[in-house]
Design a protein around this ligand. Structure first.
Ligand code: NAD
Length: 477
């Protein structure tokens, strides 16, 4: 399968005619090619987006709603095909890919209604004047997404961007480009006008960099690693671009002794290892209050030992393959580092080679014990099926350990004491706190992290505000 760029409603080859290999993580083999786009391709995409922008901005909200809703319906109608493609491209289990396709459709449906309901504010100054604040589209915006939840996160950016009347130049991750490519076909079928969405495939440092460097992309919405985010911010800052950065995490999962342990342990298995631990919201540091530490540890290890790992297309597999060889090697490298740092491996700790898929990139879900809270394995994002487990005595102590990393994305807290829940939620330095649940998402809520986990928030009105420029008009009476 050879992918093309999608520019001005047409599928076109990269200007330089160069392609990159695309790998299937479950087999470790090349199974397709994607454009190795350069600045020339990005400039074509920007031209198309510029030409389409005014007309799209002036398209009545109801028309925007209808076409976005049709895209959602087409994602639903093609769910199985998309899920299969996502699973092969990313390595995630097929059942999980199906869930993510539901969310991709929901992203379009949710922001289709936002297009209809977004409104301006007005501020009256008694009998002197009235202000009204227009929220106008920014123009051409860049959307750059990562490989872990490919279509889910791609649509999470594109949908609000176009709902707000912008046109988009987007780049999916070079590791997982296929469903973004398939989405373009659905956009044409739904009647999205040419040039509203343009997708350029290729490397971050080439195609991605060109999107960020262009003076015509007035805002950049980026999800990816913290180091990339830092570089991107440095490129964009001198041009005063609006930036939304959703970056890495090192999320604490805190289990108090008074928690519903059945629920906490069951959810911890998911929050640690869903999508091979390749979700920015996965809890990677599990803190357990000492009175229940042994019990939680033993039960967690027993449950994790039951997890099936292998061919992502096999409906019985809970854990699939790691997205790429470099990432696989990075995660295994952290397991080696953990050993040097004094960890005891309670389960996993090694690569797995399922029969018939020996060259795929599989790592057993791994639980590490005995590491200091401030060692590298507890400070740095591993972003794989590797968690650490640590005991704590007091609320103060666990807060200190949980807040010790440079990251501030998401925390999970398990307790049946309402006071503990509120106190910890108040003091923990994270953008998102889940109490007695994990990944329960209401798309209206602000989504994002503090500290090195990001700048700005996505979701609901936050996203609509990010993708619009406020203009205040003051009329004196
Ligand atoms: P990455 O930073 O390597 O790449 C993300 C995207 O940026 C890719 O499309 C890549 O091609 C592009 N890119 C790379 N260099 C670029 C440059 N110089 N200019 C412009 N674009 C560039 O991240 P990744 O490895 O794909 O994703 C994993 C990371 O994403 C993890 O750190 C994870 O925590 C983070 N993540 C965060 C969230 C969140 O909501 N906070 C969600 C998912 C993933």
């Amino acid at each position: 399968m050879r992918l093309s760029n999608f520019i001005n409603g047409a599928f076109i080859a990269p200007v330089d005619g160069q392609y990159l290999n695309n790998f299937n993580p479950s087999t470790g083999e090349v199974y397709g090619e994607i454009p190795d786009s350069t600045e020339a391709d990005v400039l074509l995409a920007i031209e198309a987006a510029k030409s389409a922008q005014l007309s799209w901005a002036n398209t009545p909200a109801e028309e925007k709603f209808k076409v976005m809703n049709r895209i959602a319906e087409l994602i639903d109608a093609n769910r199985e095909k998309l899920a299969m493609a996502e699973s092969m491209d990313q390595g995630k289990p097929l059942w999980l890919a199906r869930n993510e396709m539901n969310r991709a459709a929901q992203n379009f449906r949710f922001f289709a209604t936002a297009a209809m309901q977004f409104s301006s504010e007005s501020h009256a100054m008694e009998d002197k004047a009235i202000n009204y604040t227009l929220r106008q589209p920014i123009g051409v915006v860049g959307c750059i997404s990562p490989w872990n939840l490919p279509l889910y996160l791609f649509t999470w950016k594109i949908a609000p961007a176009i709902a707000a009347g912008n046109t988009v130049v987007a780049k999916p991750s070079e590791f997982t480009p296929v469903t973004a490519f398939m989405l373009c076909e659905l956009c044409n079928e739904a009647g999205l006008p040419a040039g509203v969405l343009n997708v350029v495939h290729g490397l971050g440092q080439k195609a991605g960099q060109a999107i960020v460097e262009s003076k015509f992309t007035k805002a950049i919405s980026f999800t990816g690693g913290t180091a990339t985010g830092k570089h991107l911010a440095a490129t964009a800052a001198p041009m005063f671009k609006k930036l939304s950065l959703e970056l890495g995490g090192k999320n604490p999962n805190i289990i108090f002794a008074d928690a519903d342990l059945n629920k906490a342990i069951k959810t911890t298995v998911n929050s640690s290892f869903m999508n091979q631990g390749e979700i920015c919201l996965c809890g990677s540091r599990v803190f357990v209050q000492r009175a229940v530490y042994q019990e939680v540890k033993d039960r967690l290890v027993a449950e994790v030992n039951q997890l099936t790992i292998g061919n992502p297309l096999d409906e019985n597999m809970r854990i699939g393959a790691i997205v790429s060889k470099p990432h696989y090697e990075k995660v295994l490298g952290y397991i080696e580092l953990a050993k040097e740092e004094g960890a005891t491996i309670l389960t996993g700790g090694k690569a797995v080679h399922p029969s018939g898929l020996e060259n795929g990139w599989y790592i057993a879900p791994t639980i590490l014990e005995g590491l200091p809270f401030d060692c590298r394995c507890n400070m740095e994002e591993i972003f794989g099926p590797v968690i650490t487990i640590m005991p704590f005595d007091t609320e103060e102590e666990v807060l200190e350990m949980a807040n010790a990393t440079e990251y501030g994305l998401a925390a999970t807290v398990w307790t049946s004491n309402l006071n503990t829940a509120h106190r910890v939620a108040n003091k923990i330095q994270m953008g998102i706190v889940w109490i007695n649940c994990w990944l329960l998402r209401d798309l209206r809520t602000p989504f994002g992290g503090t500290k090195s986990s990001g700048v700005g928030r996505e979701g609901g009105w936050e996203a609509m505000k990010f993708f619009t420029e406020p203009k205040n008009v003051c009329i004196a009476f």
